[in-house]
Write a protein that binds this ligand. Structure first.
Ligand code: ZN
Length: 167
């Protein structure tokens, strides 16, 4: 009997991820399969739920809502700051896609990583939302293999060997 995907199984999958308009966001095509330890929050919840109970060779299409994916967009994490708050030496490096560390907009005393959306009129518009927050994810998933995780892997919370951690 084939091993099925459930808590504490070491799983390898191929995946193909698009948005609702079939634009490819990420894919393991042409790469090593993705290895993960099931049930440890490694993959977004909607993907782990779609894979649960499957076995090697199975394929599934999963549509994952933002709530079960990378979360909904939080407008409070979108900020606009004057470019003057940045040191002069870094100002010409600020552009769409550049990132910086700053105070978290809603968690006092914590910092957040911001990604710049636009720099215009002396203002920097940036967001600490995950790039895939608010996106409904369309996955094609293919199970490559499933095995019991070793005690060491369970203790570490990740998979060792090909496609996993090397240390
Ligand atoms: Zn380890």
């Amino acid at each position: 009997m084939s091993t099925i995907i459930e808590q504490d199984r070491a799983v390898r999958i191929h995946y193909h991820l698009t948005d609702a308009d079939q634009q490819v966001i990420d894919s393991s095509e042409g790469r090593e399969p993705l290895s993960y330890l099931h049930g440890h929050g490694t993959l977004v919840p909607g993907v782990e739920a779609a894979l649960a109970g499957l076995k090697a060779g199975d394929e599934v299409d999963a549509v994952v809502a933002p709530e079960d994916g990378y979360g909904v967009r939080d407008p409070e994490l979108d900020i606009r700051v004057p470019i003057d708050v940045f040191e002069e030496s870094v100002r010409d490096k600020l552009g769409a896609g550049a990132t910086f560390e700053g105070p978290h907009p809603t968690h006092d005393g914590q910092s957040a990583r911001f990604s710049i959306i636009e720099v215009a009129d002396g203002q920097v518009m940036a967001t600490a939302n995950h790039p895939l927050a608010g996106v409904t994810l369309h996955f094609k998933l293919q199970v490559v293999d499933v095995r019991e995780a070793t005690a060491e892997e369970l203790a570490h919370g990740h998979i060792h060997g090909p496609g996993g951690h090397h240390h």
